[in-house]
Design a protein around this ligand. Structure first.
Ligand code: ZN
Ligand code: ZN
Length: 375
């Protein structure tokens, strides 16, 4: 591919990822399992509180009516089924200009805008911030409107509720796939263990966030509002060629590893794309593609860490070690590339993805129109 190999001079080690993998390969250095204490004996005398103060969130027993600290009346702790909550998350990107058809988008003027690529690291960071802000706002509204005591939720429900501030999540109990993402909706198989459901959720969420980043990059370059037309082009760009498919898939696998444990990811979809290659990419080009995927996964991790902080991550890892009996797949660890591109190199990579993708999209209107009906 033109220009891909020249990106190797912008390669730099992804130290954090390297350290996470080292920790896994040499677990004697840090024990991942927390020591457990047995509180069972005292539990027999413990009566569950049934009310809480909506202000300070302190819990009270049934006979209490007011919080003496905050001087407000208490509410009953509700039993909320997180699976049933509808969230309708919105990620807006508003500019004064909006395109109403693909004809209006694929003009020579817009093609020039994409190729000239007036886009900086500052623009990129603004996009990440925008996505973070929208998801946190939705998350906060979900907690308030459903009167949820976040700390009381089980680990899976915490992650599920947070995922719902990005996408709608459906459940299935059929088929082989652990889960999939398509058009702002994740479908998850609930027959899996809790930790596998969490891993799958994070993997599919990473696909969604990359689609969102790509959409907002296009909006920034074309100086337009986000709508289903632009979103369809972003979906097209991330799926039309092995180059972008590999980036998308590698980034999702990596996010999974960063939030759970490296060595337990299911690389099958990545390997499948790699196998389907018919000499289009050299081994070096595939490595650069992985590095680009690492850059995106660092951004996605940064977004997800607004809520999934160090404590929650270590809870996920503990849950994982409890559920999973398989040994980590060290053979698969060989697939890990621990480099990412410098800021300048990453911008060049985005330029390559967007300029080639936009031009290919302009010649595939049928596909775009089909995608658009799904939004
Ligand atoms: Zn109170
Ligand atoms: Zn995937």
């Amino acid at each position: 591919m033109i220009g891909l190999e020249t990106l190797s001079k912008y390669s730099t080690p992804d130290v954090e990822k390297q350290r996470m993998i080292d920790d896994l390969l040499h677990p004697q250095l840090h024990s991942l399992v927390k020591s457990q204490y047995d509180f069972c004996e005292s539990k027999a005398y413990y009566i569950e509180p049934t009310k809480y103060c909506p202000k300070c969130l302190r819990k009270y027993h049934e006979e209490e009516n007011f919080c003496p600290e905050c001087l407000v009346s208490l509410k009953h702790i509700k039993d909320v089924d997180i699976k049933l909550i509808k969230s309708d998350p919105q990620f807006k990107f508003i500019k004064s200009n909006e395109f109403n058809s693909f004809e209006e988008i694929f003009t020579q003027e817009n093609k020039n805008r994409i190729d000239e690529f007036d886009f900086s690291t500052k623009d990129y960071n603004r996009i990440l911030r925008n996505i973070k802000k929208s998801s946190i706002t939705t998350f906060d509204n979900l907690i308030r409107s459903n009167e949820i005591l976040l700390d009381d939720l089980k680990l899976f429900d915490k992650i599920l509720l947070y995922a719902k501030s990005f996408v709608e999540v459906d459940f299935k109990s059929y088929g082989q796939e652990l889960g999939y993402f398509s058009f702002n909706r994740i479908t998850l198989d609930d027959r899996q263990t809790v930790s596998l459901q969490i891993t799958t959720l994070i993997h599919e969420l990473a696909h969604f966030i990359l689609k969102e980043i790509m959409t907002e990059i296009l909006c920034t370059l074309l100086d337009c509002s986000k709508n289903s037309l632009i979103e369809s082009i972003a979906v097209f760009i991330l799926s039309y060629s092995p180059f972008t498919q590999l980036i998308d898939e590698y980034s999702a696998h990596n996010c999974e590893g960063r939030f759970t444990l490296y060595g337990y990811q299911d690389y099958s979809s990545f390997i499948q794309i790699e196998k389907s290659l018919d000499g289009e990419m050299t081994a070096d080009e595939i490595e650069i593609t992985k590095s680009i995927g690492n850059n995106f996964s660092v951004s996605i991790k940064d977004i997800l860490e607004s809520y999934i902080d160090w404590d929650l991550r270590s809870d996920i890892k503990d849950q994982f070690l409890k559920d999973v009996i398989d040994e980590p797949n060290y053979e698969m660890l060989a697939l890990e590339n621990c480099n990412k591109l410098t800021d300048i190199g990453f911008l060049k990579a985005i330029w390559l993805i967007v300029s080639e993708g936009f031009s290919a999209a302009s010649q595939n209107r049928d596909k775009l129109e089909m995608y658009e009906t799904n939004f």
